[in-house]
Design a protein around this ligand. Structure first.
Ligand code: TYD
Length: 134
């Protein structure tokens, strides 16, 4: 199964412009407890470099572009996020990194739970160790 799970979001619009809707348990496969966005990422800076023990997330690049790398410990897949009408699902226990942010990139992220540093695995060897133990 592909690690890159992109969902097409319907773009509603009329002569006034466009509108995209994200709804829990409809086009987002979990209940949304938190929304945050990454913006103003400095040139050459990469972000992420962690996995989550339980958290589910969906990310939408609503402006600009970046490159998302996903790693399940067995394979690595990358995708350029450059469409405000595509959401990428980030499952639990997926090591993810974001690279090559354009200066105008705004990455909107929906999360299934509140911020909890205990849910983060920020050490890659710990991530691999936890997978091997599972
Ligand atoms: P971090 O997860 O390290 O961002 P990234 O991996 O995208 O570079 O988060 C950056 C900082 O923001 C860190 O100090 C934790 C804090 N933070 C919150 O307080 N709440 C949140 O919901 C998130 C996502 C981060």
């Amino acid at each position: 199964m592909s690690l890159v799970d992109l969902v097409d979001l319907q773009v509603l619009g009329d002569e006034r412009g466009q509108l995209v809707v994200l709804e829990a348990q409809k086009n987002v496969p979990f209940d949304i407890k938190r929304v945050y966005f990454l913006m103003g990422t400095r040139p050459g800076v990469s972000r992420g470099f962690h996995a989550h023990r339980e958290l589910l997330q969906a990310a939408i690049c609503v402006s600009g572009q970046c490159r998302m790398l996903m790693n399940d410990g067995l394979k690595i897949e990358e995708v350029i996020l450059n469409s405000s009408s595509k959401a990428i699902f980030i499952d639990k226990m997926i090591w993810h990194e974001m690279h090559d942010f354009s200066s105008d990139c705004v990455l909107l992220v929906l999360a299934s739970d509140f911020y909890n540093e205990q849910d983060y695995i920020r050490d890659y060897s710990e991530f691999i160790g936890l997978l091997n133990r599972a």
